[in-house]
Design a protein around this ligand. Sequence first.
Ligand code: GCW
Length: 663
Amino acid sequence: MPLPVPVPPDGVDPAWLPMEAFRPLGERRTLIRGSGPLVETVHGEVAWACGVFGGEAVRDGSGDAGYDLVLDVVADGEWGDEGFAYGREGGRTTVTASGQRGLLYGLFHVVRLGGTAFRGDCPRETHRPAVALRMLDHWDNVDVHPVMGQVERGYAGGSLFWRDGRARGELERVRAYGRLLAACGINAVCVNNVNVHASEARLLTDRLGEVADLAAMLRPYGVRTHLSVTFAAPVVLGGLPTADPLDEAVRQWWSGAAARVYAAIPDFGGFVVKADSEGQLGPFTYGRSHADGANMLASALAPHGGTVHWRAFVYDHRQDWRDRSTDRARAAYDHFAPLDGEFADNAVLQVKHGPMDFQVREPVSPVFGAMPRTRLAVEVQATQEYTGQQRHVCWLGPMWSEVLRFRPAGEEGSAVGELAGGGLVAVSNVGDDPYWTGHPLAQANLYTFGRLAWQPSADPLGVLDEWIALTFPSAPERLTEGLRSLLRGSWRTYEKYTAPLGVGFMVQPGHHYGPSVDGYEYSPWGTYHFADRDGIGVDRSAATGTGYAAQYAAPWAGVYESPATCPDELLLFFHHVPYAHVLHSGKTVIQHVYDTRFEGVEEVEEARRVWASLADLVGAERHARVAERYEEQVRGAREWRDQVNSYFLRKSGVPDARGRPIW
Ligand code: GCW
C-alpha cells in the first residue's frame, strides 16, 4: 500500500517541496518496483503527484509498457544502502537502487531535476553519499528552560517535538519534517538538547515511548532517531551511587538501558553525549578519561548496532580572564588528540568545525588533522546563534564548504569532508514556525547542509541554485537572480559588519545577539580580543603566544605562525598586531575595521532594496516576513557598525581615512 504523503498542515510552508516541484513527475507514467516500507513511501510520493497532475503510478508492472520513469530496487545492486544509479535512454528515465533508501534518494533526485529528468539522454551515473551519517541535532528541551526556553539557541519558534514538558503529539508535522530532510539527504535526527535536564533525562527510560513515537514518524523517510543522554543517568535515573564508567554496576545499567531502547526502537541510531562540558557531568569526575566514558556507552550500544556520538566541546568555562596562559582554542585538541586510537569502533568523536564556538570566522579545528585512528564527525551550526539568529540573512554554505574542503595536511592530504568518517552534523535551525526556520531564507541553510553532507565537495553555489529552483518552481530569471544575489555573499556581508578578522565574540553576553565589543572581555568563558590603545588580537603563535598554531601540522602550523603568512581573515585569531599593521590587502587593520563595517551596512541596505524589488514575484506573506527582517538586519548592522567603529576610534585614536561619521 502506498504511504500517504505527509503534506504540511495548513499554513505551514512546503519549503523545498512545493507541489509544483512534482509536476514533471506527476504528469508522467512511472513504474515502481521493489518491496519494503520505504518503497511504499516512494510509491506514495509518486501516486500523490500523479493524482494531482494526471500521470500514473504503477506498482510492480512489467518493464516494457511505455513508462517514462522506472524506479527499481534490485537485489544484487552495487550502490550500497543509500546509493542509486540514474540514467535516461530512449525516452525512459531509470533509477536503480540496491536498497530502499537508495530508491527514496533517487526519487528526490528526479524531483530536483524537474523537467530535465525527462528530456534528452543521460548516460548512467552513480550517486552515493560520501558520508554515511548526515545528522541534525536538535537542541530542543522537553520542559521550557528558565533561561534557554523551549529550544536552546532556537530562532524558529517552539520545538516540533516538545511543548511545556510534554511530547506535542503533532506527528503529521514530524512526518512532513522527515520528508523534507529526506529530500535533501539527511538521515538522522537527535531529538533533544545535548544539555540534558531532568525531564529530558527520562526520555531514555520511562519516557522512551515519546521518542519511539517520533522515530515511527521519521522512519518511513529513512531518518533514524538518536537521543542525547546525560552521563549522570545511572545516578539520576538508576539510583546508583556513581556514574563511574569503569564501575561494573554502571556498565550493566547502561547495557540494560540500551537494550530497552532497542526493544522500543529497533533502528535507533545511538546516543549523543555532552560530558564534562559547561557544567554537564562526565568521566573527569571519576578520574577517568573521555575514551573510558565513550567506550562504556559504545559497548552498551554495540550489540544493537548503535553508535555513541561523543562531543569534543570540552573546555574550562570558568577561566579567570587574568590568566593569559589558558587558551580555550587549544582545549579540544589538548583533551582529545592524546586519546587517538583509544576509542571504540562505534564511538564517534563529534568536533565543532572551529576551535571556539561557531563564530562567523574561525580556523578549522586542528583536531581533524590530529586523530587519524578515530572516527570523527564535523559539527556545524545551522541555527544562527552567532550569525544573526535568523533575523539576519546569513547563508552559511560557503563557510561550511570551506571547512569541508580544508586539507589539514596540505594539498596532498585529505579534506575534512573525507576525514569525517563519523558523519556530518548540524545543530538544527528548525522549529514550529510556519516557515520552519523563522526567516524564510534560512531554509537555504538547512537544505545546503543536507546536500553538502551528502557530497562535501559539492559547489555550494550549485546547491543554492537547486534550493532556489525547488522552492520557487518556474521562478522568472529576475527572481532567481535576486535570490542568488541576496544569499550568495550574505555570510561575508555578515562578517564585514560584525567582528573583524577572525577575532569573534563581540556579542552581547548570554543571548549573543547584537554587538558588545567588550561583552566577553572580562568573562570566565575564555573569549578575549585583548584590544588596547595600540593593537588587538590574540597571540596564538608558538614562538610568543599560547602555542595553538603548533596544533596544526605542516603547512598550516607555519602559515598561521607568522603574521606575514597568516590569511587576513584570521589574522586577529592568531596574532596581536598594532592598528597600523598592514594587511595583505594593503590596508591597515584599523582602516579595514572601518571600511568593512561601512561596506557591510551598505550591502545589507542594498539587499533590502533588492528584496523590495521582488515583491511582485513572491507571495505577500513571505515577502512581508522577509521585508520585516531586513528592517531589523539594517538596524542591527548599523548598530554593529557604529559600536565597533566608535570603540576602535576611541581606543586607537586613529581617524577614518575617509572621514565618515564615527561616534
Ligand atoms: O555555543 C554554545 C552555546 C550553548 C550550547 C553549547 C554546546 C547546547 O551557547 O547554548 O549548549 O555551545 O555546543 O554545547
